[in-house]
Every structure is written in C-alpha cells, then in structure tokens.
Ligand binder design. Sequence first.
Ligand SMILES: CC(C)(COP(=O)(O)OP(=O)(O)OC[C@H]1O[C@@H](n2cnc3c(N)ncnc32)[C@H](O)[C@@H]1OP(=O)(O)O)[C@@H](O)C(=O)NCCC(=O)NCCS
Length: 170
Amino acid sequence: MTPPFRIELLGQQDRESFDCGAEALNEYFRTRVSQDVRRRVSFCYVAIEEATNRVAGYYTLAACGIALGDLPEAITKRLPRYPTVPAIRIGRLAIDRDFQGRKLGGVLVFDAIDRTCKSGIAAFAVVVDAKDDRAVAFYEHHGFQRLDEMKRTLFLPIGEALKRRVKSRP
Ligand SMILES: CC(C)(COP(=O)(O)OP(=O)(O)OC[C@H]1O[C@@H](n2cnc3c(N)ncnc32)[C@H](O)[C@@H]1OP(=O)(O)O)[C@@H](O)C(=O)NCCC(=O)NCCS
C-alpha cells in the first residue's frame, strides 16, 4: 500500500473532521457507521495517515449475493446454476478531500479484495454502489462493469481484479 498510510478496522479514530466533499458519506461516517458495525451488517476499514494519525479514507465491507440472472451471459455460462453467486459489497468508499488524487481510492478497493481473498470464504466478485456518475467513472476506470444500465451498481470478478493488478505491477 502507499507507504504513508496504514489500513485498520474502525475503532476510536477521530471522525469529526472527515470531509470527502459528499455530505451523505461524511454524515454516515460521523454518525451512523458504528451502529452498522455493532449490528454486524457492515464492517468499516479506515486508511490512517501515519504522520498525523488522521483518517484519510474509509470503506465499508459486507457479504452479499448477486442474482445469477443479473450477470452477463458471457460470465454465467461458466458458473454453476445456483440462484445467487457469492460476492462482497463495498457499500461506501470515500477519501478525505485533502487526500484525493493520490490513488488511495484504488488502494482501498484492492484492500477489500485482498481481505476477502485472505478470509478463507469464497466470493466470485466485488460489488459497489456508486453514488453518482463520477463515482461510476472511477469504478469503470478500475475495471468494474455495470450490473444494470439503469442503476449505479457495478461488479468486478475477483479473479479478473487479481489479473489486472498483476499486469499493472511494474
Ligand atoms: C471517488 C474517490 C473515492 C476516488 O478516490 P481517489 O483516491 O481520489 O482516486 P485515485 O487517486 O485512487 O484515482 C485512481 C485512478 O482513478 C482515476 N479516477 C479518479 N476519479 C475518477 C473519476 N471520477 N473518473 C474516472 N477516473 C477517475 C484517477 O485518474 C486514477 O487513475 P490512474 O490510477 O490511472 O492514475 C474520491 O475522490 C472520493 O471519495 N470522492 C467523494 C466520494 C465518492 O464519490 N465516493 C465514491 C463511492 S460512492
């Protein structure tokens, strides 16, 4: 990962000053995320700047399923005929404005994938809910495809993500 940051589970870090420029994501992080963690509907991981201990970004991660029929045929023809395909969902992802444009967003997406690979639990793909068209463009840049043209839910098969990362290494 980018050396000046470490990624850890949400704990007692200061969340009050976090500002990613999207009020709904700020408000969720300041006031609601702990409740979701307590209820075990999502876990939250934070990137901390080593030099200052500031929260530079966060993402939430939970198990989910993709209905087989929602995936493109080119993919489903290689999968067993179960009604749903196991996946993980990055429900929210945000980088503080002071840290945007330093590739931390991409690092957090791949941190979620690494965590899943190490978990010992199978997941075929990572699913994201993009909040607007700019976020869709960010995820498409990282190889995600839309699940449905009308909605902003995208997916990336984990096998493909791992191949992309190997190719992008110097
Ligand atoms: C969107 C967001 C997560 C991106 O994080 P970031 O750390 O600023 O972006 P990165 O520096 O990791 O960008 C990595 C790559 O994606 C590209 N990228 C970033 N935003 C992009 C966009 N909107 N469209 C297309 N590509 C984009 C960058 O050019 C960069 O390309 P490179 O690796 O080839 O140089 C961040 O800007 C943010 O938190 N925004 C506000 C909240 C939000 O929109 N969250 C989205 C999830 S709902």
